[in-house]
Design a protein around this ligand. Structure first.
Ligand code: 5GP
Length: 483
């Protein structure tokens, strides 16, 4: 292996040089993939990034792999070499026999026998992977694993450098504290996950619309072979987008009839060959309709006018709510759980939370109003609980905790009724504005100091029916609306 080790030190020189160059990020990463594959005498190398939910992987740079292999489909991080998600180096000797390979047939066509994958770590967190592929079956040595792990470290630094550069270029002056405040806000895929260019302006516009609504997307992640001559693929179809949350491929069309006819032909063939595939051919009017169907989009008209941006999509809220409900279900086993909500802002959250708690429970609601002039606003109960909570385990369910004054008042009121226990679950925590330090046992998301609406939360009685949570355009805000 001396020969290879000598190759490794040569490769480090090239990789470090590429990483420190001023070339565009994509070119740097492709060059690192090439040097890595060559040094390891491998057939190919890829660099992959995880999406924010850590569910799928997107190839951002590669060397030595065919277009068909690169677009074999969305890589599920839990099905493709899943141990890497746990931070482990993973070697597969025989891809055709190993359950940890998600696409063994595609690997077979590519003549790949073995794969070595290492985690890409940023601040101790797995954010992606680096993989090498060999044609010959290979037992990777310690030196191979060490080399690839070091390459992954260099890639991680390179990505960070790239992001930092982008931020500086964009003039971002976000302070560290502001960043920390936003730490719990799910991020959109980082800029390095995005394609450097789109095939058509309408695709770029569609991507922007998906971003606005925080719907995850992958651009051209998979090519489907449509026709073969002998063993060679002679025709392929690559849908423009894949929306993992909806498990839907989307092909956008222009208005040119000749192109539509050709795409329709390909689509018919695609559906015949891959009947399980969920794909839609959309023109602009269609895709606005599609978004509206899922509760998004401009066809919502007045419904979304005044929304500055979406903070949490419906899917993100559902995921977080399910996770909270799971913890609550675990912690309240064998107890007499009563969920208490304050009308009206909590209705959506309460409805989703309680359906995901797998325990018998009771539900009650209170209503309050605010009064007071220039002095501190005071809270008055306008509807009290219907039944006694004495001796029961009360979980106060809140939509948002802001200054903490409402919650503090309601908790004092409830504890005077002698529950066995009293805890708080809030979907949103606007911690930056806290005046009274109320204990929060379950928190959905921490949010910055902005006025938010949707998913039950209103502004002067409007926006409650939005399926997502958005920040209200600052120019609309006169004073903050209530329950
Ligand atoms: P507190 O300041 O007492 O913690 O919160 C009082 C109430 O103000 C909340 O329960 C909620 O009804 C309302 N509130 C606070 N921040 C927001 C916000 O960003 N959006 C909306 N719609 N209501 C809010």
């Amino acid at each position: 292996m001396d020969d290879r080790q000598n190759g490794y030190s040569q490769a480090f020189k090239q990789i470090a040089k590429a990483a420190n160059s001023s070339s565009p990020l994509k070119r740097v990463l492709n060059s690192i993939a090439k040097s890595t594959a060559k040094a390891m005498k491998a057939a190919g190398c890829s660099i992959l990034l995880l999406n924010p939910q850590k569910e799928h992987l997107n190839i951002i740079a590669a060397y030595g792999l065919s277009d068909l292999y690169l677009r074999k489909g969305a890589l599920n991080a839990h099905r493709s070499l899943p141990d890497i998600l746990e931070g482990k180096v993973t070697a597969i000797f025989d891809v055709s026999q190993d359950k940890r390979a998600q696409y063994p047939e595609a690997a077979g066509i590519e003549k790949i026998s073995s794969i070595l994958g290492v985690p890409l770590l940023q601040m101790g967190e797995v954010v992606g992977e680096v993989r090498v592929y060999t044609h010959e079956p290979c037992h990777f040595s310690h030196a191979d694993k060490d080399f690839l792990s070091t390459v992954a470290n260099i890639v991680a630094i390179t990505l960070e450098k790239g992001e930092l550069y982008q931020e500086l270029k964009a003039g971002h002056e976000e302070t560290v504290t502001e960043r920390r405040k936003l730490a719990e806000t799910p991020k959109l895929p980082s800029s390095s996950l995005r394609p450097s260019s789109f095939g058509h302006p309408s695709e770029e516009e569609f991507a922007r619309l998906l971003d606005f609504y925080r719907i995850e997307w992958l651009y051209e992640p998979r090519s489907f072979p449509l026709a073969w001559q002998e063993n060679r693929v002679v025709e392929m179809f690559t849908p423009d987008f894949y929306l993992p949350e909806l498990d839907l491929y989307i092909e956008l069309t222009t208005l040119k009839q000749s192109l539509i006819t050709e795409k329709n032909r390909k689509l018919r063939r695609l559906k015949a060959l891959y009947p399980e595939l969920n794909i839609k051919l959309l023109n602009k009017k269609d895709y606005l309709r599609l978004l509206a169907k899922y509760g998004y989009g401009r066809l919502g008209g007045r419904k979304v006018a005044g929304i500055d941006r979406v903070l949490f999509s419906h899917t993100q809220i559902q995921r977080r709510t399910t996770a909270l409900a799971k913890r609550i279900s675990h912690n309240y086993v064998g107890r007499q759980l009563v969920l208490v909500g304050i009308l009206k802002g909590v209705v959506c959250f309460m409805a989703d939370l309680m359906q995901n708690i797998s325990l018998p429970l009771a539900v009650d609601f209170m209503a309050i109003s605010y009064y007071g002039g220039n002095a501190e606003p005071a809270v008055k109960i306008t509807k009290d609980l219907d039944t006694s909570i004495a001796g029961l385990d009360v979980l106060m369910v809140e939509d948002i905790v802001d200054t903490g004054m409402t919650l503090n008042y309601v908790l004092n009121h409830l504890s005077s009724h002698n529950p066995a226990s009293l805890q708080v679950c809030t979907l949103l925590d606007k911690r930056a504005r806290r005046l009274i330090d109320v204990p929060l046992d379950y928190v959905g998301f921490e949010i910055p100091d902005e006025f938010v609406v949707g998913y039950g939360l209103d502004y002067h009685g409007e926006y409650r029916n939005l399926p997502f949570i958005g920040a209200l355009a600052p120019e609309l805000i006169e004073e903050e609306g209530g329950k």
